[in-house]
Write a protein that binds this ligand. Structure first.
Ligand code: GLN
Length: 191
């Protein structure tokens, strides 16, 4: 029997393959998504890291803006780094358009330049589970400056939230797909 879950990874640019590998290792079918039809066939969608300004252009070019909003109204979205910027309600440094499906304010490139990218370890508190140590790869990552009502902080680093959940949506400012462990991928597929 095939697994009922089919997780999409938005494949317009960015770090697509490592997510597919993490999910494949869990026995979950993970498919690249480039158009509305492929999106509609998914039970959840990961918006991977990359460059949020490029994503914005490509999302419009591939006519995915409204399909992504419709999808987010019904099924879980997980935004990683640039994906979290696209999901945030408000974006700073500079201000830019976003899907605004996660009530948070993020500041782009808040840790500095590419050579200030780093790996960190911090506790991850998933609902109903004991805390586990999570490894996070931060690559020109944003910082979460404000958190709105209904948002649950799942992990903090340096006093700031780095993994958050609201409803069925998830955002991480770091890249778990490039790090050890699979706790977040396991969690996302049950949302
Ligand atoms: N700095 C990128 C942006 O602003 C995000 C980087 C990433 O996704 N690793 O979109």
């Amino acid at each position: 029997m095939t697994h009922p879950l089919r997780i999409g990874v938005l494949a317009l640019q960015g770090a697509v393959q490592p997510h597919r590998a993490k999910l494949a290792a869990l026995g979950i079918e993970a498919v690249p998504v480039r158009d509305a039809e492929e999106l509609a066939a998914c039970s959840g969608l990961i918006i991977p890291g990359g460059e949020s300004t490029t994503f914005l252009k490509l999302i419009h070019a591939y006519r995915l803006w409204q399909p992504l909003l419709d999808f987010a109204a019904q099924r879980p979205l997980w935004g990683v780094c640039a994906g979290s910027i696209l999901m945030a309600e408000r974006v700073e440094n500079p201000a830019q358009a976003s899907l605004a499906v996660m009530p948070i304010t993020v500041r782009r490139n808040a840790y500095g330049r590419q050579n200030e990218s780093f790996i960190a370890h911090f506790p991850l508190r998933l609902p109903g589970q004991p805390p586990v140590e999570q490894e996070g790869v931060f690559i020109r990552a944003p910082q979460v400056m404000a958190v709105g009502a209904g948002v649950r902080v799942l992990a903090e680093y340096g006093g700031q939230p780095v993994a958050l959940a609201a409803g069925r949506h998830l955002t991480t400012t770091f890249h778990p797909e490039l790090a050890a462990g699979d706790a977040l991928h396991r969690h996302f597929v049950i949302l």
